[in-house]
Design a protein around this ligand. Structure first.
Ligand SMILES: *Cc1c(COP(=O)(O)O)cnc(C)c1O
Length: 522
């Protein structure tokens, strides 16, 4: 009989895992097999000895808890080990190259973290009197100034909490502007390659979404766009560079066309890393664009922290921006909480994601204007290096050069029996987070690689060599050994993704895995 870490008999599942690993514990070197925290320890065990609580008069009446709440009973070292091991199961930008296209997983400079933790910034509270947070408001104002300068736009709404939230902000401003001129419109145009948040946001704002097809060279089809324009079109939502990693060359024409029918131009600015410091979106005729601070201006994201999606607004939209916003009245900073009804209202509690603001401004100040220009140049260079180094063995979807991300399709896997998903999973065995797969939808079996400016040439060369090696193995007919069922070396193997999506088991029940009933949380 096998024992688990608690010295209890293993369940059949654990037994199977251990057998597969070929070890007594089920561990594989530093990859630990561990029971859930609720299955560990003993009821009543604690990490500290507390004196008996003094008797007080019970004022809870009938609300007093009747039974145990089922917290696990653990010693301090057990708790520490559990959470340290969990943290080590994460892949992160601090652990390795993270080529997730459209996500701009770049290094987060430690300077940003240090500044964000300064007591005067880290310890403030949003309900403090405004007179005591003048520095924080100045910081928000300064960051807003950088964003306006970098985009060439007259105003910026700072409160949206992520890119998708920024899209919502932009469309709500557009809806308010249309309403103010008594013009109700129903349709929003969005390219087929758009990020899923674009049509979702439009639908949330009550619009119908009309997709625009792409041309053979991966850009918006102008003829199709013209055919769809009309007086009922509220806006177009366009991403530039687009999600194929290509610059939309006709963007000024698109702006003129949409303005010609009285609509607005929303630009999804998630890919700003490719153009920051090189090009001002305001010069292209856009009316609103969100900037993912957590992408272009670092700040940890993807399980590592919240996002922040300020939205720059044109003259036509700036009066409708959300509350509150920061102003300087000549004496000091204050927050406008009400502005006589032009603003479309409030998007969230308080004033935005302060911790992200600090990190983003630290990133800007430490790079300077010239440094930010280098950021975009280096990110584009890295992506083109990856594309040029792989184009003979993988299949780029469009003729290069690309912007900050390289898009491949699954043409090079034809006849190999290996799918895009298999290829991505095999990368996990090699120690890489996979690239974005099956997005954008406009190419078959998409693989979208965004290396960012963070990677050294050595790091890119290793990554390229890995992908070349995998592509060769696929072509040599190694489907069964290297790809089918990959990843082979992780604590858990290939998931049944369909089953996981259709019938997810989201709730662990006590007693299902050897834990004493009643000890576990429900
Ligand atoms: C990341 C991204 C978004 C959404 O941003 P979130 O901050 O994740 O909400 C929208 N569009 C594109 C193109 C993106 O890459």
């Amino acid at each position: 009989m096998m024992l688990n870490r608690q010295g209890r008999p293993t369940t059949p599942n654990q037994q199977a895992e251990s057998d597969a690993a070929g070890t007594i514990t089920g561990n594989r070197g530093l990859l630990m097999e561990e029971a859930l925290i609720f299955e560990q320890g003993e009821a009543g065990r604690t990490g500290v000895d507390l004196p008996d609580a003094p008797k007080v008069q019970d004022r809870l009446g009938g609300l007093k808890r009747q039974g145990r709440i089922g917290l696990p009973g653990l010693s301090e070292p057990q708790v520490i080990r559990h959470f340290v091991r969990l943290s080590q199961k994460n892949y992160s930008i601090d652990a390795g190259l993270y080529p997730l296209g459209s996500c701009t997983m770049k290094h987060n400079p430690r300077l940003n973290e240090k500044v964000a933790r300064l007591p005067g910034l880290g310890d403030i509270h949003p309900l403090q009197p405004v007179s005591t947070v003048q520095g924080a408001l100045e910081l928000i104002d300064q960051l807003a100034g950088w964003l306006k300068t970098l985009t060439g736009m007259p105003a910026v709404a700072m409160s949206p909490a992520a890119g998708a939230h920024g899209e919502l902000c932009g469309l709500m401003a557009i809806r308010a502007a249309l309403k103010a001129r008594g013009d109700v419109r129903k349709r929003i145009l969005a390219p087929e390659s758009a990020h899923g948040t674009n049509p979702a946001t439009a639908a949330m704002c009550g619009y119908t979404v009309d997709p625009i097809p792409a041309t053979a060279d991966g850009r918006v089809d102008l003829a199709a766009l013209k055919a769809k324009l009309g007086p009922d079109v509220a806006a177009i939502m366009l991403t530039n560079p687009n999600t194929c990693g290509l610059f939309e060359r006709d963007i000024k024409t698109v702006a003129d066309l949409i303005h010609g029918v009285g609509g607005f131009f929303y630009c999804d600015g998630a890919n700003f890393n490719a153009i920051v410091g090189k090009l001002r979106p305001g010069d292209l005729g856009i009316d609103a664009m969100h900037i993912n601070l957590h992408k272009t201006f670092s700040t940890p994201h993807g399980g590592g922290g919240p996002g922040s999606g300020p939205v720059v607004l044109s003259d036509a939209l700036k009066d409708f921006m959300p509350l509150p916003y920061v102003i300087h009245d000549g004496v000091g900073y204050s927050l406008v909480e009400q502005d006589g009804g032009r603003s479309f209202g409030r998007m969230k509690g308080f004033h935005g994601q302060m911790g992200m603001f600090i990190r983003a401004l630290a990133f800007m100040l430490s790079h300077g204007g010239d440094g930010l220009k280098r950021v975009s140049e280096d990110s584009v260079l890295s992506a083109n290096y990856v594309m040029a180094s792989l184009k003979d063995i993988m299949s780029p979807s469009f003729e290069g050069p690309c912007m900050h991300e390289a898009l491949f399709d699954d043409d090079f896997l034809k006849e190999t029996g290996v799918t895009t998903l298999d290829f991505a999973k095999a990368m996990i065995d090699e120690g890489y987070h996979p690239m974005t797969v099956y997005f954008p939808l406009v190419v078959h079996g998409a693989m979208l690689i965004e290396p960012t400016e963070s990677e050294s040439k050595d790091s890119l060369d290793m990554f390229i060599a890995t992908l070349r090696g995998l592509a060769e193995k696929a072509k040599r007919g190694n489907q069964a050994t290297w790809f089918q069922g990959a990843p082979r070396l992780t604590p858990r193997r290939r998931l049944d993704e369909t089953r996981a999506a259709r019938s997810p088991v989201l709730r662990w029940k006590p007693g299902t895995n050897g834990a004493p009933v009643g000890q576990a949380a429900e």
